[in-house]
Design a protein around this ligand. Structure first.
Ligand SMILES: Cc1cc2nc3c(=O)[nH]c(=O)nc-3n(C[C@H](O)[C@H](O)[C@H](O)COP(=O)(O)OP(=O)(O)OC[C@H]3O[C@@H](n4cnc5c(N)ncnc54)[C@H](O)[C@@H]3O)c2cc1C
Length: 457
């Protein structure tokens, strides 16, 4: 142990788990593990700048199921999102403009209320003993150093988590630059604008602030040194015809802050004593406006994966397969959807920003044009009662990881040993659906619609 470092033990009893990072992912995993009966500690260090992010209404559902009620209370009602892309304008969507400072502070309150032991500090180094125990050295805001020990470590430090080198899958290098301004009297809501060097996001929040974010290509943007960033930012703004920005420049509250926003899928997502979650596992393009939703989606399943690793070592391979496949599949699906959106902008084919993003990650279609079909029933890992188990699931052309239930009914039971004759197959399926739904017409309609969609009945 380093001189001057005090030893801090996580309370004994049961397998001890330490979560690094108190963003939405770390908070969700910590509360999920606490609900499963583990004693959890979480090391947190607030981000050093203010920011605002847009989330969809379905993200609110994720926050609710994670038990993040105080954080939910900081989320304002939805406001319109206007999009100006490829010269076309539209405003079909809405988003909730979340102020991360307030939201992140409320996450800590949720953690405290759930009984998670909180420790303020910044992790500095991680080491592992030959017996598999992990020690994390951290530094408090007063500059004192301490060590925490644990049996299992969850890395939820977001994009600040260490990279995994050649195992990573990285999109084109991207940087987002943010300026915060006092608001002119403008409509509440957000706007997305494409321009030659990238895209801009402008959010006018209910507390009278405007957040203006420019996302550009890291290599070709030739970003200057920090002292020159404000001037560079203003030069970029001249390419955008945003009249309100002219009025806003005088009300600047925070100097331009630069954040890496490259899409990254990390390697080494899960081992016997470590799991990466949220942005520390996969960080998606901010254009999707889905980062928080995605961080919740990996964090909501992570407690069951960790529980399986700790309680049923014989199912270790199954739990790892479940987590790795799920994160990778989601990342690629998002990357392809993002690529298709970039392809919709055709005005600057020579610009490195647009050229590189229109070809990454590959040429696979994000949504196959042919009708979706049933492929097979196969055993795959699924989540049940806080564990990962193996069950027969239905593989379809668009759901390669399989579908276990629809309307609460196990699909493989319905599709078991169907006759090849089409008429007999349909008769048998209708009878099985009737029986499984026990007279519930809503369930029956959902199941029949699903079977028809995949051309099974
Ligand atoms: C430019 C940009 C714009 C974005 N816009 C949106 C948007 O509009 N909508 C949306 O849904 N998502 C958006 N995102 C994505 C969103 O911010 C993340 O996906 C989400 O916050 C990930 O949650 P997380 O818990 O994994 O990580 P984070 O929220 O990043 O939380 C990680 C936490 O760990 C802490 N930490 C870091 N290092 C240490 C350490 N060494 N020790 C202790 N603590 C540490 C951090 O301070 C932070 O509190 C955007 C991302 C970027 C980069």
């Amino acid at each position: 142990m380093t001189e001057g470092i005090q030893n801090k033990q996580i309370p004994n009893g049961g397998p001890d788990i330490l979560v690094l990072g108190g963003g939405p992912a770390g908070s969700t995993v910590a509360i999920g593990l606490q609900r499963l009966g583990y004693q959890v500690s979480l090391l947190h260090s607030p981000r050093l700048w203010s920011t605002c992010e847009g989330i969809s209404s379905r993200t609110l559902e994720g926050l609710r199921s994670a038990g993040l009620h105080r954080a939910l209370d900081t989320v304002p009602p939805p406001t319109p999102r206007h999009v100006n892309w490829n010269g076309d304008t539209g405003s079909a969507n809405t988003e909730h403009l979340v102020q991360r400072e307030k939201f992140d502070a409320a996450l800590l309150e949720d953690l405290s209320a759930a009984g998670v032991t909180l420790q303020a500090g910044l992790s500095r180094s991680i080491s592992r003993s030959p017996e598999g125990h992990t020690s994390v050295e951290f530094e408090t805001t007063q500059g004192t150093k301490h060590v925490l020990h644990c049996h299992f470590l969850v890395d939820a430090r977001g994009r600040a988590a260490s990279g995994t080198g050649p195992e990573q899958l990285r999109g084109p290098g991207t940087v987002s630059l943010l300026r915060i301004m006092r608001q002119a009297p403008v409509e509440r809501g957000s706007q997305v604008h494409s321009f030659r060097n990238g895209w801009a996001w402008l959010a006018n929040t209910a507390d009278g602030l405007t957040f203006l974010q420019l996302t550009v290509d890291a290599a070709s943007a030739k970003l200057p040194k920090r002292a020159e960033l404000n001037r560079w930012f203003e030069q970029q703004l001249r390419q955008l015809s945003l009249p309100e920005v002219e009025q806003l420049n005088n009300g600047t509250l925070q100097n331009v802050v630069a954040r890496g926003s490259t899409s990254i899928l990390q390697g080494g997502l899960v081992s016997n004593n470590l799991l990466r979650v949220g942005d520390a596992a996969m960080a998606v393009d901010p254009l999707s406006g889905n980062g928080i939703f995605q961080s919740l989606s990996s964090a909501l399943v992570a407690p069951a994966v960790i529980n399986t690793l700790l309680q049923k070592p014989e199912d270790t391979a199954l739990a790892k397969e479940f987590y790795q496949q799920r994160v990778r599949h989601t990342f690629l699906r998002f990357a392809r959807t993002g690529r298709d959106f970039y392809r919709m902008e055709s005005r600057w084919p020579e610009s490195p920003f647009w050229r590189e993003r229109q070809d990454w990650p590959d040429t696979e279609p994000s949504h196959p044009e042919r009708a979706h079909t049933f492929i097979a029933v196969e055993h795959r890992p699924v989540l049940a009662n806080g564990q990962i188990i193996s069950r027969p699931v239905v593989i379809t052309s668009d759901q390669p990881l399989g579908v276990w239930h629809v309307a609460g009914i196990e699909l493989s039971v319905l599709l078991h040993e169907l006759p090849p004759n089409e008429y007999q197959r349909k008769q048998l399926l209708v009878a099985r659906v009737e029986n499984a739904c026990a007279g519930d017409p809503v369930k029956k309609d959902m199941l029949m619609a699903w079977l028809a969609h995949y051309q099974i009945a």
